[in-house]
Write a protein that binds this ligand. Structure first.
Ligand SMILES: NC(=O)c1ccc[n+]([C@@H]2O[C@H](COP(=O)([O-])OP(=O)(O)OC[C@H]3O[C@@H](n4cnc5c(N)ncnc54)[C@H](O)[C@@H]3O)[C@@H](O)[C@H]2O)c1
Length: 348
C-alpha cells in the first residue's frame, strides 16, 4: 500500500493507493463519526464497509446527475436520516460522484467531512484529489462549487477490474498529461505506483496553490495542460469524446502550438506523440470539426482582447502563457484538423 500526503495548509490528508485499500476505510474515518452516508451510483458496483452505522444514498448517472437538484436531494435525505455535523460522508464512484457528494458535504450543515473512494482511473489520478467540488448548471459545467478538501482519499485498484475499457482510456488521457508536468518516466512504473506518482504530482501542485491563484503561471492552472482544446472539443459536444480522450487530442495540439511558437523542438513534440501512443490514445480529432468554432470556444472567456491563454510546454517546463494571437493558435489547429501528413512530423 502506498500513502501520499496532500500537504494543503491547514487540512493535510492522506491518499492511500493499492489493491484492497478500501479495507483501510474504517481507520481513515473520524473515530467520533457515528454515522456514515455512502454516496454512489448503481453502476459503480464497488461496495465499501465503513465499519459503523451507514446507509447508501444512490445518485444518477452522468453529467445530468451533477446538479443542484441532486445536491438538494442528498442533503434532504441525509437530514431525514439524521446525519449530523459530527458524522461523515463517503463518496464511492467516478468524478461525477465525488464532485457532487463532495459539494453536498461542503454545504450540508455548513460542511461535514468527506472521504473519497474513487473507482475510476480518472477519479484516482485527478477528480478525487485536490478539493475542487461542484455541479453543473444548464448554462455550463462546474459553474457552482466549493473548495472542500476530503479528509482522506482511498484509491483501491481492485475497483478498476470492472471499469469499462473506454473509461479506463479516459483516465489514461489524464495520466498522460502528468508525464509532461515533471518529466518523470511514469510509463516504467506498475499501475499502483503510477497512480501514486500522478497523485504526488497533483498533491504538490495543489499544496502550493490550493485556490488556483490567477496571477500564478506555474500554479494549479498547469493541471489544465491539454485542457484548452479538450474543453472546446467537449463543448462542441456532438462528438461523444470522453474527457481523457479529448485531453489526449488537446495534448497533441498543445505540443504543436508550443512548437509553432518556438517554445519546444521537434524531439519534444515527438515525446508527446510517443507517450500518447504508448497509452493507446489517439491524437487525431474526430472528422468534421470546425476550426473557427473551436477557436471561438477556446477564446470564449477572454475574448480576443490580449489574445488567448494556454498552458504550454517550454524551455522552463509547462506554464500558463497569455496573449497568444488567434492567428498563431489557428495554424497548428488547422494542421491537427486537416493535415494528417503533418501530424506524424512529431514521430520523426
Ligand atoms: N474535481 C476535480 O478536480 C475534477 C477533475 C477532473 C474531472 N472532474 C469531473 O469528473 C467527472 C468525470 O469523472 P469520470 O470520468 O470518473 O466519470 P463518471 O463519474 O461519470 O464515471 C464514468 C462511468 O463509470 C462508472 N463507474 C465508475 N466506477 C466504476 C467501476 N469501478 N466499475 C464499473 N463502472 C464504474 C460510472 O457509474 C459511470 O457510468 C466530470 O464531471 C468532471 O467534471 C473533476
Amino acid at each position: 500500500m502506498i500513502t501520499v500526503e496532500v500537504a494543503v495548509p491547514g487540512s493535510a490528508y492522506p491518499v492511500v493507493v493499492g489493491a484492497g485499500a478500501a479495507g483501510r476505510l474504517p481507520d481513515l474515518l473520524d473515530p467520533g463519526a457515528r454515522r456514515v452516508a455512502v454516496v454512489t451510483q448503481p453502476g459503480v458496483g464497488f461496495a465499501v464497509d465503513p465499519g459503523r452505522e451507514h446507509r447508501v444514498f444512490p445518485i444518477g448517472e452522468g453529467e445530468q446527475a451533477k446538479t443542484l437538484a441532486t445536491v438538494e436531494a442528498l442533503c434532504r435525505a441525509w437530514s431525514q436520516w439524521g446525519l449530523s455535523r459530527g458524522d461523515q460522508v463517503v463518496a464511492v464512484g467516478g468524478g461525477v460522484v465525488t464532485d457532487t457528494a463532495g459539494f453536498a458535504a461542503a454545504v450540508y450543515h455548513r460542511g461535514v467531512p468527506v472521504v473519497h473512494v474513487p473507482t475510476t482511473l480518472l477519479g484516482m489520478v485527478d477528480a478525487a484529489v485536490g478539493g475542487k467540488t461542484g455541479v453543473n448548471l444548464p448554462e455550463g459545467k462546474n459553474l457552482v462549487g466549493a473548495f472542500w478538501q476530503p479528509s482522506a482519499v482511498v484509491c483501491d485498484t481492485d475497483a478498476l477490474a470492472t471499469l469499462p475499457e473506454r473509461e479506463l482510456r479516459s483516465g489514461l488521457g489524464e495520466m498522460a498529461k502528468y508525464h509532461f508536468l515533471t518529466g518523470d518516466d511514469l510509463l516504467a512504473l506498475p499501475l499502483d505506483e503510477r497512480i501514486a506518482a500522478c497523485v504526488r504530482i497533483k498533491a504538490a501542485v495543489v499544496a502550493a496553490d490550493e485556490r488556483e491563484d490567477p496571477g500564478e503561471t506555474r500554479g494549479r492552472a498547469i493541471l489544465n495542460y491539454g485542457h484548452t482544446l479538450a474543453h472546446a472539443l467537449e463543448s462542441a459536444g456532438e462528438y461523444g469524446l470522453r474527457h481523457g480522450e479529448a485531453v489526449a487530442i488537446g495534448l497533441a495540439y498543445a505540443a504543436e502550438l508550443a512548437w509553432y511558437l518556438e517554445r519546444i523542438d521537434d524531439a519534444r513534440v515527438a515525446d508527446h506523440y510517443r507517450v500518447l501512443a504508448e497509452y493507446g490514445l489517439s491524437a487525431t480529432p474526430p472528422p468534421g470539426l470546425d476550426g473557427d468554432r473551436l477557436l471561438t470556444l477556446m477564446g470564449r472567456d477572454k475574448k480576443a482582447v490580449g489574445g488567448l491563454t494556454f498552458v504550454l510546454d517550454g524551455p522552463g517546463g509547462v506554464e500558463v502563457v497569455r496573449g497568444v494571437a488567434p492567428d498563431d493558435a489557428a495554424a497548428p489547429l488547422s494542421w491537427l484538423l486537416h493535415d494528417a501528413a503533418r501530424r506524424p512530423r512529431g514521430d520523426g
